[in-house]
Design a protein around this ligand. Structure first.
Ligand code: URP
Ligand code: ZN
Ligand code: ZN
Length: 489
């Protein structure tokens, strides 16, 4: 008898954001063809008894083979970055194609596209980092990028080389509203940070732990509030990335109650690291520095609460891989000040295992919420649904089979990135993704990589479909929009 499927995943518990069932999954031509108990044999059968089948993770915020805002090259290229992602249960990444102020946008997109095409082992897409929103960018290049499936962009309110002022942010939001793109905003008050940093350095406070002092929680809360009001002014959705502080979570919650179409993301470093982790001898604390920085226990709790009540709908890694040497964290060796080290921490591989262990296995969140936060919500937010983000008939067969009983002690040696350390060294986790499939291809099995370099595909994305935040006042700002000639896509 000819097998019905190319591959059958048999006897597992299939979990989506809206519930779980015990079923087999039949896969043909890279897509899910059937989900039911007792499916016929596939050309290949994988026994998933006692294990959970979850949609492959979507990591919609990671920096791969990218020049940072400080002009430093990431330690992971599209090979090591995607291999590491896959070993952690992620099957799609959205990383950044970064325009620096002198760059032409089409050239940037071509460069990143070529590098990823040659190396990625899982599927990928790009957000455009926009640093020069001139007429050509807004009228020609951005619409063109969106037509090519790059339907989101990131803008910065801080970093000398990247930041936009409020006027430019309004231009970007207006364009995104017209073209139907999602705007991700790095919200920190540049002048507050710069002013505090100057005073710290003048007083000889140069150690990594002072990075957290310079990036005060108020700088994050203020800029987040400002970004929200800009988005409300034009009634164009925006997404605040890497939320760290308790007050920022509260700012977001209140704005959403008022009907702001504002969405938000947080990351493992804000659940599992604290400011005090950077308080180490010498420059060792640089391993724990990112922007915004991890804060205190109260902020960790606020981020957990935000992820649970929907204030924060996206959980990404913000994998920003820099080695603990002169190429990244320590451009001046031991003499590097907190202002000179690369910002960012790695986390692409541990993003999902950390939340699975500390969230699901410790009873803080159901598996459905885990799936929503790590995969499904990303698919809707960034125009990847219905192709990605769910185990559903017709969707790409992007599936990770998790063993909920597997105990793992984290060491950097077991990870696949090129960073050389992990801030989560020594943590004991329960639950691990053992088998990972991308479009039905086995990418990871038995601890081995099975996918070829360059076998990942660029996924042109459709229009972002963020969940509508209930509006406090019907009618919105229609009259104002008409008066100032705002166009809607
Ligand atoms: O510190 C971080 N997060 N570095 C990466 C760049 C960014 O702003 O996301
Ligand atoms: Zn950022
Ligand atoms: Zn980032």
């Amino acid at each position: 008898m000819t097998p019905s499927f190319d591959l059958t995943l048999r006897g597992g518990r299939v979990c989506n954001a809206d519930g779980c069932i015990d079923a087999d999954v039949g896969i043909t031509d890279g897509r899910i063809a059937a989900i039911a108990p007792g499916l016929p044999a596939g050309r290949e059968d994988v026994d998933a008894t006692g294990r959970w089948l979850l949609p492959g993770g979507i990591d919609s915020h990671c920096h791969i083979e990218q020049l940072s805002g400080m002009g430093l090259m990431c330690a992971d290229d599209f090979y090591s970055g995607t291999v590491s992602a896959a070993f952690g249960g992620t099957t799609t990444i959205l990383s950044f194609a970064a325009q620096h102020r002198h760059d032409s946008i089409p050239q940037v997109l071509e460069d990143y596209g070529r590098r990823a095409r040659e190396k990625a082992v899982i599927d990928y897409g790009f957000h455009l980092i926009l640093t020069r929103p001139d007429d050509e960018a807004l009228q020609v290049h951005l619409p063109q990028a969106i037509r090519e499936g790059i339907t989101s962009l990131k803008v910065y309110m801080t970093y000398d080389l990247l930041r936009l002022d409020d006027h430019a942010l309004l231009d970007v939001l207006a364009t995104a509203g017209r073209e139907g793109a999602m705007v991700m905003i790095h919200a920190e008050n540049h002048d507050m940070i710069r002013w505090i940093a100057r005073r710290l350095l003048d007083r000889g406070h140069v150690a990594p732990k002072f990075h957290g002092v310079a990036h005060d929680p108020l700088a994050e809360a203020e800029a987040t509030n400002r970004a929200i009001q800009l988005s409300r002014l034009l009634d164009v959705p925006a997404l605040i990335v890497h939320v760290a502080g308790a007050e920022t979570v509260e700012v977001l919650r209140k704005a959403r109650r008022l009907g702001a179409q504002v969405h938000a993301e947080s990351c493992p470093q804000y659940l599992f690291l604290e400011a005090s982790d950077a308080d180490l001898p010498g420059v060792e604390g640089a391993k724990f520095c990112c922007s915004p920085p991890p804060r205190d226990k109260a902020s960790q709790e606020a981020v957990w609460a935000g992820l649970l009540d929907g204030t924060l709908g996206i959980y990404s890694s913000d994998h920003a891989p820099y080695r603990f040497d002169e190429t990244g964290k320590l451009p001046k060796g031991e003499a590097t000040t907190f202002k000179e080290m690369a910002n960012g921490v790695p986390g692409i591989e541990l993003r999902m295992p950390l939340l699975f262990s500390e969230g699901v296995m410790k009873g803080r969140m159901g598996i459905e919420r885990f799936v929503a936060l790590t995969s499904t919500n990303h698919a809707h937010m960034y125009g990847l649904a219905p192709r990605k983000g769910a185990i559903a008939v017709g969707a790409d067969a992007d599936i990770a089979i998790w063993n909920p009983a597997r105990e793992v002690q984290v060491t950097h040696a077991m990870l696949h990135d090129n960073v050389g350390y992990t801030p989560y060294e020594g943590m004991r986790l329960t639950g691990w993704p053992e088998d990972v499939f991308s479009r039905g291809r086995s990418v990871v099995r038995g601890g081995e990589l099975r996918a070829q370099r360059g076998s990942g595909q660029f996924i042109p994305r459709g229009r972002p479909m963020p969940p509508e935040v209930p509006r406090a006042t019907p009618g919105g700002r229609g009259a104002f929009s008409a008066l100032i000639g705002l166009e809607r896509g």
